[in-house]
Design a protein around this ligand. Sequence first.
Ligand SMILES: C=C(O[C@@H]1C=C(C(=O)O)C=C[C@H]1O)C(=O)O
Length: 89
Amino acid sequence: MTATLPPTDADGRIAELREEIDACDAELIRLVQRRLAVSHEIGRLRRESGGTRLSLAREQQVIARFQDALGPDGAALGMMLLRQGRGRL
Ligand SMILES: C=C(O[C@@H]1C=C(C(=O)O)C=C[C@H]1O)C(=O)O
């Protein structure tokens, strides 16, 4: 059986939990920005040393990691992060 809270208590708890979600989102945004900067630096180093801009083998590993942890939506999230780092191909 689940306990029911009076609406005013529920409102207060929802407000608290939304603050937690806002903090998670802020952290995620910071991490995505950091990931993008690191990814660009690797791409620059690889190009400057005569390599290819992308590494498809590495991209498969990244997508597999997201898929294993989060399922199909995780794989989609991994692909969005990779796409963000690629910029114009
Ligand atoms: C960052 C790299 O370069 C590219 C970007 C990747 C990424 O954003 O994770 C992965 C593979 C590469 O296509 C890398 O090789 O690790």
